[in-house]
Design a binder for this molecule. Structure first.
Ligand code: GLU
Length: 304
């Protein structure tokens, strides 16, 4: 594969990297992870795949799951999604409550927690068994049956979900959550607890690099236009209040999660997933971002 040597060099160079960062512990079960874990996987549209490091170890994908739920919702609701959630960067933390009152319960975008809760609510309106539907969807797009919820992580998040419960209740007071708040929080915490490794994550994002079609199965996941729009949202909102800096340093649509994963795509070419659990103050992987920055610099390709 074309990028193998580049990735091997980056891995060697950053293997002993120590950020100032810290593993997420506001969800206690996440703090058990080995902070030194490091993995990189790249998949291209020709079927090439290359992984290095702890790429077979599954970890909690957390907010990366918001991309999967958005893809499911977009396929059903299309333009109607934007009646209930915005598409502007928030400039605030992933779990912030601050804009919701001023903006009357309409979250800024689908990738902050408030927006993702609305998307989960939408999925719950159309799928009779939403938890199973989410798992099926992720298994399908990653071409991997061996993907499950991590019950311990889901339970731990449920027990520490005070902010997310506050967000959901607040939006319900504006009529923007249709289901029961407890139901939505349960589905959301499970969705965030999905365990995957970097190879599976890189594969699962390939449809976004390929105009909405999963190149592994040949099946269409979203329309071409929806894939383009999701990529625009990933570029502008995928890393919370660090999205501008990520666009500046990396120059790709991407999504992070507090489990330490970051996935990015180069449209028409490839997807790349990195895992390194130490997070910066914005809740994004220190070494994950450094890896992606080096990757686009070294290969000389980004969306710009
Ligand atoms: N489950 C996490 C939460 O709601 C997701 C946050 C993230 O990965 O950024 O707090």
């Amino acid at each position: 594969m074309l990028y193998k040597e580049v990735v091997e060099n980056i891995y060697k160079e950053l293997k002993n990297f120590r950020g100032e960062g810290k593993v997420a512990d506001y969800i206690p079960a996440l703090s058990k992870v080995n902070p030194d874990s490091y993995a990189i996987s790249v998949c291209d549209l020709e079927g090439g795949e290359f992984s290095i490091g702890d790429s077979t170890t599954k970890f909690s994908i957390q907010s990366i799951s918001k991309v999967f739920s958005l893809a499911m919702a977009i396929s059903h609701f299309e333009e109607k999604i934007w009646e209930r959630v915005g598409r502007e960067p928030s400039g605030t933390a992933f779990n912030s409550l601050i804009q919701l009152e001023q903006e009357r319960g309409i979250p800024r975008n689908p990738f902050i927690n408030a927006g993702a809760l609305v998307v989960t609510d939408m999925i719950t309106q159309v799928f009779p068994k939403p938890k199973q539907a989410i798992l099926n969807f992720v298994r399908e797009i990653s071409s991997q049956d061996d993907i499950y919820y991590d019950k311990e992580v889901a339970q731990s998040e449920l027990e520490h979900s005070h902010r997310n419960i506050a967000l959901a209740n607040f939006m319900k007071s504006f009529g923007n959550i249709k289901n029961d708040v407890d139901t939505i929080i349960d589905i959301y915490c499970n969705q965030c607890s999905i365990s995957m490794n970097t190879a599976e994550l890189a594969r699962s994002f390939l449809f976004l690099a390929n105009g909405g079609v999963n190149p592994l199965s040949g099946r269409r996941v979203t329309g071409h236009r929806s894939a383009k729009r999701m990529n625009a949202l990933l570029l502008t909102c995928g890393l919370y209040n660090e999205s501008g800096d990520f666009a500046y340093r990396v120059g790709l649509p991407g999504k992070s999660g507090v489990g330490g994963g970051v996935v990015a795509i180069i449209p028409g070419k490839l997807s790349i997933a990195v895992w390194s659990p130490e997070l910066n103050q914005n809740g994004n992987s220190y070494r994950g971002i450094a890896t992606l920055e080096k990757f686009t610099t070294d290969i000389g390709i980004s969306v710009f």
